[in-house]
Design a protein around this ligand. Sequence first.
Ligand code: BES
Ligand code: MN
Ligand code: MN
Length: 462
Amino acid sequence: MSAAAFIEKNKDRFLNELLDLLRIPSVSADPKFKNDVFAAANFVKESLEKAGADVAEICETAGYPIVYGEKIIDPSLPTVLVYGHYDVQPADPYELWDSPPFEPVIKKTAAHPEGAIFARGSADDKGQFYMHVKAFEAMMATGELTCNVKFMIEGEEEVGSDNLDAFVIANKERLKADVILISDTHMISMQDPSITVGLRGMAYMEVEVTGANRDLHSGTYGGAVANPINVLCKMIASLKDENEHITIPGFYDKVQELAEEQRKRLNEAPFELKEYQDKLDIESVHGEKDYTTIERVGIRPTLDVNGIWGGYTGEGAKTVLPSKAFAKISMRLVPDQDWHEIAKLFEDHFKSIAPKSVKVKVKKHHGGAPAVVSDSSVGYRAAEAAMEETFGKRPIPTREGGSIPIVALFQKELGSDPILFGFGLDTDALHSPNEHYGVKNYFIGIETIAAFFRHFRNLNQQ
Ligand code: BES
Ligand code: MN
Ligand code: MN
């Protein structure tokens, strides 16, 4: 039996196993789910074992464990390292979900006429890394495994992968591979397959603005003492000018400007502004002047407030002049911006624009480097050939706005090419309520991964 026939024959089981994994609420950000995160790690380990791995182990870290697995069929053959994450984003706000986030259901959508699995983590990243486990199982079962394979599935991606760098550096030999496959990104659409070749980096900050040493009566003191919420809003507003250009001095110093020719090619990717706006129910897009939407997310840095709080937010009205205001602010970075440098520029600038009437604290959460990967490596060509085979169309390279900080570390420490082999769609509602992943995407992904192994082996032998 061929791997493709095996996949076809085991479709129901492959789907049901993923649904079981999705029932585990492995939210890494919230300690309340600690046991579930460990349970998900165990689930991954057991699935690797069942699929035929010789080694499948839970590697403890200072945080959540990394699951490592491998099957070495012949050390002289090429080796594929698969990276993914079994942790998920918090599902909040729960009330905005049409069905409970950890009780997966399959429903049709406009983008997924054959049905999509609705659950937190379905697209990011359980549904995507699990395709690799199932492709591995199918290749093992049918004698079609043509390369050695290693798995490294972590549990802290959604909280900044704090313990992964040390693990990678300590296990360089063990993780040695000829290519790294990561399915944790999007493609343009089912009709327009694509392979991501650029990801943005990130610097995530938190600020605290303090006015008086206690909350005050807003009548007795209002107008005479700084309101830290008003001040914070003003400070945040000043971080971008009327062209949506970031005003932090030095922020753009290291930003690589693309040549006209490269920009032109980037903008040749299929993109319908009207459709993009309609899907989001917005009248107009909003961003840096003189750049297209594709460029604004793909090759330009940006700054966003992720959350802002302070004062009274309960029922009814309370008159209060709060003592403190807070905001979480992230900056998406592009080559060659360094996140530690950017964090420092932000901190210095933010403190410098604070009026004397308030005190400001700036804290650095986490960050990561941007990455650009080759679109002509052997791995890329194998991925391209595999997608062309299963989608019937040659994929195009794209640059995405999201971040997977570990990609740059892989390039530096392991020296092998990471391939961003994602099968999700940008409408899959990652990190949002009603996250979903197409059933068809899941199966075509499994098939494409199996095809990748074949092409990668062949290209390496040429
Ligand atoms: N899978 C995403 C990254 C992603 C999403 C890349 C869509 C490209 C397209 C990943 O799980 C993620 O959410 N990353 C975080 C990184 C952060 C926590 C350091 C992100 O991009 O916000
Ligand atoms: Mn992800
Ligand atoms: Mn994510």
